[in-house]
Design a protein around this ligand. Sequence first.
Ligand code: ZN
Length: 155
Amino acid sequence: MAKKMNVESFNLDHTKVQAPYVRLVGVTTGQHGDKVYKYDVRFCQPNKAHMDMPGLHSIEHLMAENIRNHIDNILDIGPMGCQTGFYLQILNNDSYDAIIDALDKTLHDVLDATEVPACNEVQCGWAANHSLDGAKQIATNMLEHKDQWHIVFAE
Ligand code: ZN
């Protein structure tokens, strides 16, 4: 790649990765020493597969609500515009294994869910655009490959 860009993922060669995976993108240290750890939680192989929007939207709601039951200091877990993954940001927790464990528990919560939280016009910006079944399919696919989450690049 010719020019180094401002956004870390724009410098990532998306043709070389092997999804699904969980990748530490970077660490930002504040002036008082607090650290924000940002992860690329990739569900789908870039440019080969993606999550359909209703299921992606529902798993976003489910993960956002449930992951906070399993690990402290989650700042955000939000979808990528390319619909292949999420960015997860956490404060002052440097444990990759803790992230993996929290994601595993959270995705099992998705499988057990009977409704999508905050799936209404008061609490969501597009309440009609949800699919619990779609979210469960995404979670199932991700969990089936849990043994590969630590592997980012193809051999
Ligand atoms: Zn929403």
